[in-house]
Design a protein around this ligand. Structure first.
Ligand code: 0T9
Length: 448
């Protein structure tokens, strides 16, 4: 009864929502004891898929691949393809699709519904690692260790930056994100800003990954869940684009978490706002990202399994015990609040949270008084507006070339906004967050 009443007053409070999610006081049962800075881990809960493009080589087709093409369900669709760049963007697309269940369903699975995460404080850190042993029994490769660095680089507005690094295979994923939310009746609609850049340095391949829009449904019933909408893109430096379109239960297929991805060669069709010429689609992948999806080749009606999200469990990263953590590390810093949330005691949650927030305000005050602004630890902001040339010895950023290839805006606009789209604000800045490699290499105090 008590929680039903508090949910009703929470629903009332969101109708006067002012754009600042932190100002919403949600009832304890909808609070998560996990900070948003931890969500970066969802990018690598299938390390073998993230690293897979490293193992794709120009092997000529073997005889057996040709033999059992049509009558073998288990047959790998990859065996049909001999263009290595196409194979690679298919592998990257598979990894990306595999991240979605972790990103957008894992709270429902572990806590029964979507929950409001803790709002990270400035400088909050989260780090951990994935071991070299793959969960996929069919995968016997030595993956090496994959590490995660995640940092809250801004508090107003909240921005999280992250890097996922595998030194053995010279692979880095780095990115950042920020959201902008609005409320329409009882649906929370969320645009994501930011992007990720995936680099395979051994083969010199890079990929731009944009982030989809989403909305939160189920608020009236007090059981919120995420539904993705709109589009997101994966653009490869080799000139291929994977354009992914999302829809939910209420839309055309009637099934939840539906998507359709098209693999297109750039110079045959750019992201086409006007859609005059039909695109030449190399592959179409469709299905449910939280269940099964199927792939079919251009001009063919044969479908093969692309990805089954329930076949291989996500690999949870390992995190140091709290006693061994630095005061800036998320689980240590939020420990009291997290325990209060688990106890469901509203006053205790409020007290512990206020303590942390007041300490933060005090720190900001001292910084202003002493003129010693907070320094980010592992990430820096770069300006890609093009007004200034990169400094001597500084390489150009992959985002510049990849966004141009895909015809996407370089500005700080919703992720994946095409150039000239109504969302493409020409006055928006072009600053983006990047890993500071030296800061990472010289880090001695905080280890994964
Ligand atoms: C980046 C992801 C993001 C963060 C979360 C919208 C949301 C905060 C942002 C976009 C990750 O890579 C992917 C997954 C889930 C997103 C969250 C879902 C959600 O509900 C929250 C917002 C801020 C709320 O907590 C709304 C209030 C609450 C009543 C709903 C449970």
């Amino acid at each position: 009864m008590a929680s039903a009443a508090s949910w009703t007053s929470f629903l009332k409070s969101i109708t006067s929502y002012n754009g600042d999610l932190a100002s919403l006081t949600a009832p304890p049962f909808i609070l998560s004891p996990v900070s948003l800075v931890e969500y970066s881990q969802y990018w690598a809960e299938h390390p073998n898929l993230l690293l897979a493009p490293n193992f794709i080589s120009n092997n000529p087709k073997t005889q057996s691949d040709n033999d059992d093409d049509d009558n073998d369900d288990d047959d790998d669709y990859e065996a049909d393809e001999d263009n290595i760049d196409v194979k690679k963007i298919l592998a990257v697309t598979k990894w990306f699709i595999a991240t979605l269940k972790s990103q957008y369903c894992s709270r429902n699975e572990s806590m029964g519904s979507e929950k409001k995460p803790l709002n990270p404080f400035l400088g909050e850190l989260f780090t951990g690692k994935w071991s070299s042993v793959s969960k996929d029994p069919k995968d016997s490769k030595d993956l090496g260790e994959t590490i995660l660095l995640s940092e809250q680089v801004s508090h107003h507005p909240p921005i999280t930056a992250y890097a996922i690094i595998n030194e053995k295979h010279n692979t880095t994923l780095q990115g950042y994100n920020r959201i902008k939310a609005s409320i329409y009746t009882y649906t929370l609609s969320v645009k994501q800003f930011g992007h990720a850049i995936l680099q395979y340095k051994n083969s010199n391949d890079s990929y731009l990954i944009t982030l989809p829009g989403l909305h939160i449904e189920g608020l009236l019933a007090a059981s919120p869940f995420v539904e993705l909408d709109g589009k997101s893109y994966i653009q490869s430096s080799s000139g291929y684009l994977s354009a992914i379109e999302y829809s939910g239960r209420g839309y055309f297929s009637g099934k939840k978490n539906t998507f359709k991805a098209k693999i297109i060669k750039n110079n045959e069709a750019k992201i086409n706002l006007k859609k005059k010429s039909p695109e030449k689609i190399l592959y179409t992948i469709q299905g449910q990202w939280s269940e099964k999806s199927y792939i079919s080749k251009y001009n063919s009606s044969a479908k093969k399994l692309f990805y089954d999200a329930n076949l291989i469990k996500p690999e949870i990263l390992s995190v140091k015990p709290i006693e061994a953590q630095h005061p800036l590390e998320s689980r240590k810093a939020w420990l009291d609040v997290a325990e209060a949330i688990k106890s469901g005691d509203y006053d205790l949650i409020h007290n512990k949270k206020s303590k942390l927030e007041n300490d933060q305000r005090e720190l900001r005050k001292i910084e202003i008084e002493n003129n010693t602004p907070w320094k980010n630890r592992w990430f820096t902001e770069i300006d890609l507006s093009g007004k200034e040339l990169p400094a001597l010895g500084q390489k150009s950023d992959p985002f510049t070339t990849l966004s141009t290839l895909a015809n996407l805006s370089k500005n700080d606009v919703p992720s994946g906004t095409p150039i000239g789209d109504k969302e493409d604000d020409p006055n928006a800045h072009s600053k983006h967050w990047r890993l500071n490699i030296d800061a990472y290499k010289n880090e001695s105090e905080i280890t994964p």
